[in-house]
Ligand binder design. Structure first.
Ligand SMILES: O=C(O)CCC(=O)C(=O)O
Ligand SMILES: [Fe+2]
Length: 225
């Protein structure tokens, strides 16, 4: 059976295979821990980046960050109140970190979107959302052409946060407090390759301190900007 190219909302053998490959690779890495959530594949690894690397990335983010946007271009001005920027793939540090994320997960570098930096000041947040694309969205046909559905998300915390700023998975009833240098990796798809609504997550408001993260979203096929 061949997969239809516009099947972003259904089970898919291609996306299921991506899940199988990454899961197998993460499961056999002794440095990586699976977080116990019955309906979501999510893993963490402490110390993925050094304090110096986190600091260098924070500097890059400070240099370029602009008010964050949403894919939907929606008028929800209070939905994602952070500042963000795309980090240059030609920067040697950015390139090496992207390469290391691919080495850790086994995901193909060409499927990865540009590493995105994000900064949340006190009071800022990113309300509950899924990283996969809703196939009913007006932008889905464009996303389909540029690499299709988002499969896995890799996110690295670049700073500790005194209070707040947790990544909250409300359907799974857990949240991850930011730990500098820690990478969090989750599958936005179910094992059968259909979008997983249990991957819904939010960046809780920072109550004290500044939160920095970088995020890399992986498409199911080669990403073309
Ligand atoms: O900052 C966080 O904890 C979550 C960020 C996020 O959901 C994203 O970048 O897609
Ligand atoms: Fe997200």
């Amino acid at each position: 059976m061949t997969d239809m190219i516009d099947d972003g909302g259904t089970a898919s053998t291609i996306r299921a295979k991506i899940g199988d490959t990454v899961r197998a690779k993460l499961d056999r890495n002794p440095m990586v821990s699976r977080i116990d959530a019955p309906d979501l594949e999510i893993y963490g690894r402490h110390g993925f980046l050094s304090a110096e690397e986190c600091e260098a990335l924070r500097t890059l983010i400070d240099a370029d960050a602009q008010p964050s946007t949403l894919f939907s271009g929606s008028a929800n001005a209070d939905y994602r109140t952070s500042h963000s920027c795309n980090l240059s793939p030609y920067d040697p540090l950015v390139k090496s970190i992207s390469d290391r994320i691919c080495a850790l997960t086994g995901l193909p570098p060409e499927n990865g979107e540009t590493l995105q930096g994000q900064r949340y000041a006190t009071g800022q947040e990113y309300k509950a959302h899924c990283d996969y694309f809703p196939v009913t969205a007006s932008y889905w046909p464009a996303m389909m052409k540029t690499g299709g559905q988002r499969s896995w998300t890799a996110m690295i915390y670049l700073s500790p946060v005194a209070v707040g700023g947790e990544t909250h998975f409300p359907h799974c009833e857990f949240m991850v407090p930011p730990v500098e240098g820690m990478i969090l990796i989750w599958n936005n798809m179910k094992a059968d390759g259909a979008p997983n609504p249990m991957s819904l997550h939010a960046a809780r408001p920072v109550e004290s301190g500044i939160k920095y993260v970088v995020t890399k979203w992986f498409r199911e096929r080669r990403w073309t900007a």
